[in-house]
Design a binder for this molecule. Structure first.
Ligand code: NAP
Ligand code: MG
Length: 405
């Protein structure tokens, strides 16, 4: 078989620890033998971020803006312990935060569904994708303790010095206060990202917040979603046979539990934080969750939802065998290659990405898996494989699928 060629490069962001080891194995065994891989490589490993004063992270994000598609390995977000471990010049911010700020995107997280790993909720048949708004609300709040009786006001002063002032509460005892905000522009780009992603993946979009209680704040979210849907998406949704649906968050939660899945659930920042943890654990495993950052101007950055799997990396360094699940990282690659194929009209590349996903799922369904899945599978007598053997088992199935095609 001659190798599949690529016309436009993909932005490749390498990362840290165990996922960096898996990254190289995936490239060597599952990609380079079959694809004439064209990537613009950025090393986001912590050592290189430190050497470049973290410039490499913004450069990688700018390259994503240029080429439109990126694939990212998990990276360390340094804390105090990491500053010592890597002898860093300073505590760098989270690379994902830096990239998200440059691309202004929304993060979509979806579980990878495979026979043998059953969701706790019996009626869920298809993945549920959480879209989390990643700006403002409680994550950018101002808050303080009230330690004596008095009156709290919400005050706004415009640039000419005119003020608007409303009583929040007359305190007759100690208590707490907090203020939060959001921006029309951010809510708009969130709405566009969700509605575009729905169209792109042919899934209904559900959005819920609490506009009965927060008539103005949450009401604004509801209004902006409705405006953008009516003006820009309604006809396209009708043509695609999908729908946009708004309801109160409590009603959405109840409906999600009773559904078959297969929708995009758009969440405000806090709701998305909480609900994505519920969805990923209810579907089985964090190691089976994909994540894609979609910007409002159409850039796509794919990654696994889990971190660098530090504990396994130290075992690996100590020469011990590891059984680390590479599925979400493989799907980050297949997602990016599929998108590249779609944007460039490269059908062979998209078909390869499909074959890679299929061979990965077949491997698990035939009973070969890493330890984390073996512990929760409903299949009998699973074969527990180490990190490399699992990837090699996928490779042999991939070769067969590609030969047959
Ligand atoms: P983690 O890397 O997600 O791992 C937490 C635990 O989950 C592991 O110890 C392992 O459990 C299990 N696990 C996660 N992924 C797995 C996989 N692929 N295969 C098998 N088991 C898996 O989270 P963490 O240990 O809290 O964070 C480590 C580093 O990752 C941190 O420096 C953090 O900053 C970074 N991080 C990066 C990203 C990102 O780049 N997107 C996201 C989150 C965290 P057992 O040990 O029980 O086997
Ligand atoms: Mg959370």
């Amino acid at each position: 078989m001659d190798k599949i060629t690529m016309t436009v490069p993909l932005v490749e962001m390498d990362g840290d620890e165990m996922t960096r080891i898996l990254w190289q194995m995936i490239k060597d065994e599952l990609l380079l033998p079959f694809v004439d891989l064209k990537t613009e490589y950025y090393d986001l490993g912590l050592k290189h971020r430190d050497e470049t004063d973290d410039k490499v992270t913004s450069e990688a994000a700018m390259a994503t803006k240029k080429y439109g598609v990126a694939v990212k390995c998990a990276t360390i977000t340094p804390n105090k312990a990491r500053v010592e471990e890597y002898n860093l010049k300073r505590t760098y911010p989270s690379p994902n935060g830096t990239i998200r700020a440059i691309l202004d995107g929304t993060v979509f997280r979806a579980p990878i569904i495979v026979r043998g790993i059953e969701p706790c909720v019996r009626n869920w048949k298809k993945p549920i994708t959480i879209a989390r708004h990643a700006y403002g609300d409680v994550y950018k709040n101002t808050e303080f303790l009230v330690d004596r009786p008095g009156t709290a006001y919400l005050v706004f002063e415009d640039e000419e010095g005119n003020t608007r002032k409303e009583v929040i509460h007359h305190f007759d005892q100690p208590g707490v206060l907090h203020g939060e905000h959001n921006l029309d522009s951010s809510i708009r780009s969130f709405a566009r990202s969700c509605l575009s992603y729905g169209l792109d993946t042919r899934q209904d979009v559900w959005f819920g917040c609490k506009d009965t209680i927060s008539k103005t704040y949450d009401g604004r979210f509801k209004e902006i979603f409705a405006e953008i849907f009516d003006a820009e998406y309604k006809e396209k949704y009708e043509a695609a046979g999908i729908s946009y649906f708004y309801s109160l968050i409590d009603d959405i939660v109840a409906r999600v539990m009773k559904s078959e899945g297969g929708m995009i659930w758009a969440c405000q920042n806090y709701d998305g934080d909480v609900m994505s943890d519920m969805i990923s654990s209810a579907f089985g495993s964090l190691a089976m969750m994909t994540s894609v950052l979609v910007s409002p101007d159409g850039c796509w950055e794919y990654e696994a939802a889990h971190g660098t799997v530090q504990r396994h990396y130290y075992k690996h360094l100590a020469g011990e065998e590891t059984s680390t699940n590479s599925v979400a990282t493989i799907f980050a690659w297949s997602g990016a290659l599929k998108k590249r194929g779609e944007l460039d009209g490269n059908a062979r590349l998209s078909a390869f990405a499909d074959a890679l996903e299929k061979s990965t799922l077949n491997t698990i369904e035939e009973g070969y898996m890493t330890k984390d899945l073996a512990l929760i599978t409903s299949l009998e007598n699973p074969v527990v494989q180490n990190s490399r053997d699992f990837i090699l088992a996928i490779r042999s199935r991939l070769e067969k699928i590609l030969e047959e095609a």
